[in-house]
Design a protein around this ligand. Structure first.
Ligand SMILES: Nc1nc2c(c(=O)[nH]1)N[C@H]1C(S)=C(S)[C@@H](COP(=O)(O)OP(=O)(O)OC[C@H]3O[C@@H](n4cnc5c(=O)[nH]c(N)nc54)[C@H](O)[C@@H]3O)O[C@H]1N2
Ligand SMILES: Nc1nc2c(c(=O)[nH]1)N[C@H]1C(S)=C(S)[C@@H](COP(=O)(O)OP(=O)(O)OC[C@H]3O[C@@H](n4cnc5c(=O)[nH]c(N)nc54)[C@H](O)[C@@H]3O)O[C@H]1N2
Ligand SMILES: [Mo]
Length: 776
């Protein structure tokens, strides 16, 4: 009998549900005794930096500076489970292709380097020497290094590892350095430089403490950055309005009970988070933001006409910005009917937000994937900045723009050179430092790497962390193309599906995690990472590695580079391999503005903050000012058909029990879903209108006219509080429905939150009766 259950969650985020979930994961991973000891060093000076999200690590941490999902990530790495050569002797790769992400990663930490043996369809153990030798040979055999080899990385990799990896790729001869951030905040990296002259946010924790209005667009802190609920709770208790735009009523944005406060836990006193909650349609934010901006402008005009005060910050606009008049004309030309239709909201909703915003002295605007993962994502982010600029909310204490970065070091990676865009890194300096001519042609980002793989041009793919093949769109096209690669190198810690699609020569190379002790001939080595507020922190591992056969990511890069590259006395791989301070010295030489005195400052409480020019109103843009960017339209996904009578717009979502493609369990507690991820969240009236039943299995099919059939069957219908015409399903299961060409203009971030699909029943039978609304 199907055990899938849906029961609306009545409790706050955090609270006893969170405490129970922490206990469960420690038990599941077999670290009930050791886990809690490790947690005392979590996000602490001289401890390790959480390997879950990139949320700010404060200078005055709580005694336990962790959250439910941080504990899951910690337990996942320190787990007692092991995936050994014995396991691979028992299972063929073809057999393992039927396992889902949860089952694969539950096998535990990988213990030995492995090579794929096509004759037996199994991975078999090999020595590190042999592995590195053969991979080097393959990389040297690639004829066209510019098109033939890709160096992917996932945003967990340390600054030290990332710097060496980009150096290796550039010495090898290309800028093919796609990374996971291409799939999330690349949109930010493209939008913000035009608007404010820097590719990252301007907000630090101090701004949250001083802000008197917080706007939230398309980011889900309850699951994806739970420690952020502490400053939000604090703000709410100060009476700060928190205004949310999100199609779903996410629990973390509604109510919070601090699981680390015994008083709150015992008395069950929860805090209201959002003061206004607007269930905008997926892809409706551009219109909603236009409506809010238009209301602010109208209120300003009306106030001046009545002899009242200005609502716009006129002095700021005059002295610091460019393009306001064009933008204001565009706003005046917008028609409320169209804004309401596109956003799915009422004019009164947008006016209510404008009213609060117009009265606040300092506003912080937070956003996430709900904005960045649409075709017009870049313009949508810029629109949010426009709103802030109208009242001078950049570069004033308590205000600013706050993109919530994903992976724990995704921002640091980009800082130290993991980028396919040569203009984002000081290549002249790098060339002078190491005595070589770095390649100047743009490399592949994630989508371009996929396109090149589909064209059959890529020969070798090195994956330094992550689960590329699952994270990308269009599994139906990509998986077969992936298997035609000559070389695939999976540098990972747990088994995932990318490794189960071997090319002709394929390796699994398991490495030491950042919670583990990295010992070289020079003693224990430390690493560093940058959080979402641009603060850089030191990281010291504390546990013995999961297996004596693991090596560090740094050692692997150094040994591979030494085999592949011509000797160059300026590049001291041998020193970097054993003494990571030598790598930090090189980083300091390439990026002296940010990384002076690196070795000492990374251990300061709260880390050290990199220079953020926009924070002091120094605008590194082409106009020398902050720019109002007028959007070209209101449709956020104009490259795909509009949803019609029989189609719906799909958003792909993360559950509370996953970290990207790592699935910790089948529950999504805050959304009330238990024992399954094969669901589609739908509005009751869409279910009725389309003649479907709750608990019935359905097939989703993408509406696109490129001749490719993209379908996913067996999803169970759940009646959910979601706008009419929008549906939700889980990532990565639903990625098969995403066309690779559906991405944000300018950033090529896959548009994972706006996919038109049709829905058809798989048969009349109700499979999971308990998915019926069970009130109470
Ligand atoms: N526990 C946990 N933590 C994580 C991750 C994880 O998987 N698990 N992933 C990490 C990574 S790499 C990243 S990038 C971040 C991602 O963190 P988030 O940016 O929070 O990403 P999502 O959960 O994909 O989506 C965020 C929200 O967008 C809403 N949304 C969807 N479409 C729209 C829309 O059109 N408009 C608006 N306004 N909202 C919309 C969804 O309802 C959801 O609440 O989290 C990081 N932290
Ligand atoms: N439909 C849809 N697709 C999406 C998204 C979405 O919202 N919707 N989100 C996108 C986003 S924001 C992102 S960031 C990408 C994520 O893309 P990736 O970063 O590529 O994927 P992850 O799932 O984070 O990678 C998990 C794997 O990393 C390996 N790993 C974990 N820790 C370590 C370590 O310390 N070292 C090494 N070497 N390996 C390690 C493990 O083996 C694990 O299997 O997915 C994107 N895809
Ligand atoms: Mo991400």
């Amino acid at each position: 009998m199907d055990k899938s259950v849906f029961r609306p969650y009545r409790l706050p985020s955090g609270g006893w549900g969170s405490a129970r979930s922490v206990g469960n994961i420690l038990r599941q991973e077999g670290v009930l005794a050791s886990g809690p000891i490790a947690l005392t060093r979590h996000n602490k000076v001289d401890g390790y930096q959480c390997n879950s999200c990139a949320w700010v690590k404060p200078a005055n941490p709580l005694p336990f500076e962790f959250c439910e999902n941080g504990v899951k990530a910690m337990a996942w790495e320190l787990t007692a489970h092991r995936c050994t050569p014995d396991f691979f002797a028992k299972h063929t790769v073809t057999e393992l292709l039927d396992w889902d992400e949860y089952e694969l990663e539950q096998t535990g930490r990988l213990t030995h380097p492995l090579r794929y043996d096509a004759a037996t369809d199994r991975y078999v153990p090999v020595s590190w020497g042999h592995a590195i030798e053969e991979i080097a040979r393959e990389l040297l055999a690639v004829e066209d290094r510019k098109t033939g080899t890709v160096f992917y990385s996932s945003g967990r990799l340390s600054n030290e590892g990332s710097y060496l990896y980009q150096l290796f790729a550039r010495l090898y001869g290309n800028n093919n350095l796609p990374d996971s951030s291409n799939m999330c905040h690349e949109t930010t990296s493209v939008a913000l430089p035009v608007s404010i002259g820097q590719g990252i946010g301007t907000v630090s924790l101090d701004d949250f403490a001083k802000s008197d209005c917080i706007l939230f667009f398309g980011q889900n802190p309850g699951s994806n950055s739970p420690r952020m609920l502490h400053p939000l709770q604090e703000a709410s208790q100060r009476g700060v309005p928190i205004i949310t735009y999100n199609p779903l009523r996410e629990r973390g944005l509604e109510r919070f009970l601090n699981p680390q406060s015994p008083a709150e836990m015992l008395s069950r006193t929860e805090t209201r988070i959002s003061s206004q909650y607007h269930q905008v349609k997926a892809g409706g934010d551009l219109a909603a933001l236009a409506g809010i901006c238009k209301s602010v402008l109208d209120a300003h005009d009306a106030s001046l006409a009545a002899g009242g005060p200005a609502i716009l910050d006129e002095a700021f606009i005059r002295e610091h910005t460019h393009g306001f008049e064009t933008f204001a004309d565009w706003l005046r030309g917008q028609d409320w009917d169209a804004l309401e239709r596109r956003s799915g909201l009422h004019r009164a909703d947008m006016e209510a937000t404008a009213k609060v915003y117009g009265a606040a002295k300092a506003t912080v605007a937070v956003y996430g994937m709900g904005l960045t993962q649409h075709q017009a994502g870049v313009e949508t982010v810029q629109m949010l900045v426009n709103l802030l600029l109208m009242r001078g909310n950049i570069g004033r204490s308590g205000s600013g723009i706050c993109p919530v970065r994903g992976h724990s070091n995704v921002q640091g990676q980009r800082t130290v050179g993991i980028t396919e865009k040569p203009e984002l890194f000081p290549l002249d300096r790098l060339g002078a430092q190491f005595g070589f001519e770095p390649p100047r042609e743009a490399g592949y980002n994630t989508v371009e790497a996929c396109e090149a793989i589909l064209r059959g041009e890529v020969r070798a793919f090195v994956m330094l962390g992550g689960n590329f093949v699952r994270a990308i769109p269009d599994h139906g096209q990509m998986e077969p193309a992936w298997r035609r690669l000559r070389l695939t190198v999976n540098v990972i810690t747990k088994l995932n599906r990318s490794a189960l699609l071997p090319g002709a020569v394929s390796y699994i190379l398991p490495v030491i995690g950042r919670l583990e002790i990295d010992e070289t001939t020079k003693g224990q080595q430390v690493l560093s990472m940058e959080d979402t507020s641009a603060c850089v922190h030191g990281n010291r591992g504390l546990r013995r590695p999961a297996s004596p056969h693991l090596i560090s990511e740094i050692r692997l890069i150094c040994e591979l580079a030494q085999r592949v590259l011509e000797p160059n006395p300026r590049v001291r791989w041998e020193d970097y391999r054993t003494d990571y301070a030598e790598i930090r010295k090189e980083i300091g030489e390439t990026l002296p503005e940010s990384f002076w005195d690196y070795e000492r400052r990374m251990w300061e409480p709260g880390g050290f903050q990199r220079d953020l020019p926009a924070k002091r109103r120094d605008w590194h843009t082409e106009t020398g000012r902050a720019n109002f960017v007028t959007p070209t339209g209101l449709d956020e996904d104009a490259d795909m058909p509009e949803v019609g009578h029989d189609s719906l717009r799909l958003m792909t979502l993360r559950s509370n029990d996953q970290f990207n493609t790592t699935v910790y369990g089948y529950d999504d507690r805050f959304r009330g879903i238990k024992n399954t991820r094969k669901v589609v969240l739908m509005n009751r009236s869409d279910i009725d209108r389309l003649g479907l039943k709750v608990g019935q299995a359905v097939t989703l099919r993408t509406v696109a006219d490129d001749g490719v059939d993209r379908a996913l069957s067996g999803l169970l219908v759940v009646a959910y509080d979601i706008p009419i015409g929008c549906i939700g399903g889980y990532y990565p299961e639903c990625n098969v429905l995403m066309p690779i060409w559906h991405y944000a203009i300018g950033s090529k971030t896959p548009a994972a939150k706006g996919i038109p699909v049709t829905i058809r029943s798989d048969g009349d039978r109700v499979i999971a009766p308990l998915l019926e609304y069970a009130e109470g």
